[in-house]
Write a protein of this length. Sequence first.
Length: 312
Amino acid sequence: MANMASASPLNILSPNRSSTKPQEPNVANVVIGNLHIKPWYPSFYPEDMVGGRKTEWLHVCQWCFRYTSKVESYSAHCKVCPLKDEPPPGEIVYDKDDYIIHEIDGEDHGLYAQNLSLFSKLFLETKSVFFDVSTFLYYTLILRNASHPYGQVVGFFSKEKMSWDNNNVACILVFPPWQRRGLGQILIAASYEFGKREGRFGGPERPLSALGRKGYLGFWCGEVYRFLLRAPLKRTLTVRNISEGTYVMQEDVVAALKEMDVLEKRKTAAGSIVVNKSKLRAWAERHGVSWEPVVDLDAFVEAEEQGSEMEE
């Protein structure tokens, strides 16, 4: 493969609770496809590449995420990469307009998952390292474009196949060139929908980074807004009712209500807090939040649908 390096068996998917201060990136510049990106944090690339010093340039394949510090090796690999003229690995689980989500089993696509994790760690602060990707599922967000017949991976989230804390996300990232386009909301919404279908009532693995919390708070607010706007006037709802209706955990519902600032100072005779729907609508208008859900439930592809298409 033109001397492009393979990942060591690492998986960057666990919260790093021992970190006391941000560390300097150990890669100064990364090239992926025709994009030049400045990393934010260090990643766990092999010692012979980044150990004890700062690598000036790292070249990462946009299709398989294999990497090298040598531009000649990178150019040679990109001409023969097996995924260059094939769809990204995994099965389609969501297909809507310009976006597709693939589900990848870390056990079946270990090298791809490891390389994706290593690249992503360059932009994730609050994550540490596991040694086994086989216990995780990855969901890659693919953007259809004219330059590649199967589109390009622009972000992903991962989750444990079995989470003792019932987390629906272990790690989530939209790559920097595609941030601020609402794509993180698509990934978050999909993670909650998959959680509903699995009966997994939970949220993201904590702690969240500042950027992650901002994205999640925006999603929680939108879900609570849509739920409350559908509720009949003068109906008494508990935080638990809202949580069960949105699949957002109760503490996150409370955080959303505080963030939106839609509660009246007065209380009912029974002591209940009053939500002002006019304030709700005004909040949604200010923040450009739609009445429509973030993801289209009809765009999720069931496994049996894929099987029937393959048979045809």
